[in-house]
Write a protein that binds this ligand. Structure first.
Ligand code: GLY
Length: 372
């Protein structure tokens, strides 16, 4: 008999788990407090950049990110075909820029280990660099060019994913308001604000920065907290930017609709999603150092999202020891868009009792924080 799975949270991770589980034959219900993709997922710049976002070294987290990048071409194609919704998926590659010789040394170190892990990255400078990115500041000394990195337009991709879920038979309930886990022993039961109770065999919690709310209900401790990312976009303009550009204070991504998206702050501000003048001013100052043509421009749009951060920086993926019907798919911090396909496949593998790599069972186990 098919198992019934309840997914709490309709962000990119929750919807991806829903799609994968439905594809594998499960009955799936997604419960979303507000609107699908309304939080961190919809606010993201959509970068699929495991190399540029993990510059320290090839740990298990980097490998998880890289595995997910490798899943993306087929995953996004499935979502596109199933949903019929168009979204941008751009294989532009990235440039991680350096202004000084000391920064270039770090880039060379980065390039060295990343080439052993699937990157064909190379250091570019001078005429070659400015041919690739003609409007880049002439103060830039060199860049690490990583052709493997890409980006998607997150708001459209979430719409496509939601549509793919609905077409596949996932039941999605939005605007449910508060939800309480009232049973997780013989089955799971979730009671929502209007008094409706949803029953299932397993529950996947993918409530992003709100994942800690399960703490009280389960008596487990999940140190997940919100880190605000302020972001802004410049309106369509010439000249265009060809690559994603990373620097040690942020990033810029040119979208096919002509906008340039620039991020992002890392603020401790609780659940406050407002943007501050200081936050956007700081981004503007950096942006014009990277692309001087942005100097006179005002962003046409600025917004903020809440990244779900964990105490050790790693996500929570898998079942809870002592409450095996509950699985966590949360705490993806800066990498929710990138990690969504691999998370979906791992969660489905856990539910189907398939083999899951030992480092996932260890480093990413939600029980590493649990004090039962
Ligand atoms: N992944 C980009 C960010 O979190 O700002």
């Amino acid at each position: 008999m098919s198992q019934n799975i309840i997914i709490m949270g309709g962000g990119i991770v929750g919807l991806s788990c829903a799609y994968e589980l439905r594809t594998r034959g499960f009955d799936v219900t997604v419960l979303e407090a507000r609107r699908c993709g309304g939080q961190a997922s919809g606010a993201a710049a959509g970068m699929l950049a495991p190399f540029s976002e993990n510059i320290e070294g090839p740990d298990a987290f980097f490998k998880l990110c890289q595995n997910s990048l490798l899943l993306y071409p087929e995953w996004q194609e499935q979502i596109r075909t199933r949903s019929g919704v168009h979204f941008e998926y751009a294989n532009t590659g990235s440039l991680y820029i350096a202004y000084h010789a000391a920064d270039l040394l770090s880039l060379e170190g980065q390039q060295l280990w990343q080439r052993q892990y699937g990157s064909t990255g190379e250091i570019v400078s001078g005429a070659e660099l400015f041919r690739m990115e003609p409007t880049l500041s002439r103060d830039v000394l060199a860049a690490l060019y990583t052709p493997e990195e890409s980006h998607i337009y997150a708001p459209d991709f979430i719409r496509a994913l939601e549509q793919a879920c609905r077409i596949s038979g996932v039941y999605i309930e939005e605007e449910i308001g508060s939800a309480e886990l009232v049973e997780w022993d013989r089955h799971v039961a979730v009671s929502v604000a209007d008094g409706t109770v949803y029953y299932g065999d397993r529950l996947v919690a993918s409530t992003g920065a709100w994942a800690g709310e399960l703490t009280d209900q389960l008596g487990f401790s999940f140190p997940v907290y919100p880190i605000r990312g302020q972001i802004c976009a410049y309106a369509e303009m010439q000249p265009r930017v060809n690559h994603m550009v990373f620097f040690n204070q942020g990033y810029l991504v040119a979208k096919a609709n002509g906008t340039i998206v620039c991020g992002a702050s890392e603020d401790v501000a609780g659940y406050d999603t407002s943007v501050t003048e200081r936050g956007i001013e700081r981004l503007r100052n950096w942006n014009k150092k990277v692309f001087p043509f942005l100097g006179g421009q005002l962003p046409f749009h600025s917004w903020a999202g809440l990244r779900p951060a964990t105490q050790d920086g790693y996500p929570l993926i898998g079942p809870l020891e002592g409450a095996e019907r509950i699985l966590m798919a949360a705490g993806h911090y800066r990498n929710g868009i990138l990690l969504s396909p691999v998370t979906a496949k791992l969660i489905a593998d856990f539910i189907e009792n398939r083999s899951v790599p030992s480092e996932v069972r260890g480093m990413f186990s939600p029980s590493r924080f649990a004090n039962v």
